[in-house]
Design a protein around this ligand. Structure first.
Ligand code: SF4
Length: 426
């Protein structure tokens, strides 16, 4: 049979989707990117916020049309939207044959294939391009309880994968050509706390037992970035000095309503601690604006913090009231126009900060990984530095030369824009 998948949402969901596909290929089936010729279509969904749910519904309806007209005989919806809503709304989507929960794939496959899937290795995946950069999921779920977040109710409590399993998958990825390994989880810094180990120990194992030139972490929690981790990152060149720490806000009353720690004093000292321990640290963060109770005073505190912290990378999101969360019933909610104005104001401050920080890199030599041949005719390639994560951060445009995709090389930074760099390889 031909299987096609549409992966929505985050990198963790993408990894799940690749795993699902490998269960089918292990049983002799083939992957196609052409939905009209697929026998089985999987929509692997996200349900984190309203926009993601709307995107999931649109994708299900689109694939439902193909189910009616194309070769498809089975339409499967998987991922967080299925996990969260399948019992409530499955009657509203008669075109969907199977609603798979995040842990249901063995049964789904056995029912589809009329036999056990037989696939025992828990890590093989049908990898997405580029092979040179791959995510590895080190855990499932989250044990924090941020008042605005549905993830713990969908994915359950934090459950670490064993270090051996992660190492096996990492070594397999290296053999497939991966050179940049990106560790992901809802909170990577919580890794191992349910198994008597921790993230630093996992990193030391990966450094010792694999040959990845670049190892990056996404989604650290501000409460769990400690000195051991900082010292390890500062001492190991193969570890990207890249700190992706979603902080959500800085004003104490808002952080308290979000049920998040540390409070503002702790966040200021965390930024100082990272910058003092890790010389070339790159700080990425994201903030929620328009949370219930947020006033202009709270917003000004956040503006002050952004100007103090000078994040290298930053994202802002308007508050999305999610049913089933504590924040859903909180009031008053700032007007949508006010929230949008605050988001725009913060991003315009950040735009200047980002340009200033990137311009300071002009003339420096940086390691660059080549991601793709550039769509921009003025440049041959696009890549990233160790300070740029794929999909969310800026790119480096390279004018001349001929290189392999996934090649890591040293280049001189010759220019900068608000979010991107320009480089030449000498
Ligand atoms: S840490 Fe992240 S995933 Fe966990 S509850 Fe908070 S926002 Fe949600």
């Amino acid at each position: 049979m031909f299987i096609a998948i549409q992966n929505l949402g985050c990198s963790k969901n993408q990894v799940d989707g690749e795993r699902i596909l490998s269960l089918f290929t292990y049983n002799g089936h083939e992957i196609t990117e052409d939905f009209s010729t697929a026998d089985i279509i999987i929509v692997n969904t996200c349900a984190f916020i309203k926009e993601a749910q709307e995107e999931a519904i649109a994708a299900i309806l689109d694939m439902g049309e193909i189910r009616k007209t194309g070769r498809c005989r089975t339409l499967i919806v998987s991922g967080c939207f299925s996990q969260r809503y399948r019992d409530k709304i499955n009657n509203e989507f008669p075109e969907v044959d199977i609603w798979a929960g995040v842990e249901d794939w063995e049964q789904v496959l056995s029912s589809l294939l009329q036999k056990p899937s037989g696939e025992k290795s828990s890590f093989k995946r049908a990898l997405s391009e580029p092979l040179s950069t791959q995510y590895i999921k080190i855990a499932e779920g989250c044990s924090h309880s941020c008042s605005f977040c549905v993830i713990p109710s969908i994915r359950g409590k934090f459950k670490s994968r064993s270090t051996d399993e992660i190492l096996q998958e990492a070594q397999w990825l290296y053999d497939q050509g991966t050179r940049e390994l990106i560790l992901v989880a809802q909170d990577t810094s919580f890794y191992g706390r349910d198994k008597g180990t921790n993230l630093a120990a996992l990193l030391e194992t990966l450094l010792l037992r694999t040959r990845f030139p670049w190892i990056r972490m996404m989604y650290l929690h501000p409460q769990l970035v400690n000195n051991d981790l900082l010292k390890l990152i500062a001492s190991e060149e193969r570890l990207c000095s890249y700190f992706d720490i979603p902080l959500q806000h800085v004003s104490d009353p808002i952080l308290t309503a979000m049920n998040r720690l540390p409070l503002s004093k702790g966040l200021y000292s965390l930024v100082d601690q990272i910058r003092s321990e890790v010389r070339d640290a790159t700080l990425r963060s994201s903030f929620i604006l328009g949370f219930p109770g947020e006033t202009e005073k709270h917003f000004n505190e956040l503006k002050q913090f952004i100007m103090y912290a000078r994040f290298d990378k930053m994202g802002v999101f308007p508050f999305s009231p999610e049913e089933g969360t504590k924040a859903y019933s909180m009031r008053p909610r700032p007007r949508i126009a006010t929230t949008q104005r605050r988001c725009d104001e913060l991003m315009s401050i950040q735009q200047d900060i980002s340009r200033g920080l990137l311009e300071a890199k002009i003339g420096s030599a940086q390691q660059i990984i080549i991601d793709r041949v550039s769509d921009d005719h003025d440049f041959n390639y696009e890549g990233r530095t160790m300070a740029d994560a794929p999909e969310v951060d800026g790119r480096v445009f390279i004018q001349d030369g001929s290189f392999e995709l996934g090649q890591i090389l040293t280049a001189k930074i010759i220019g900068a824009s608000d979010y991107d760099l320009y480089a030449e390889v000498f």
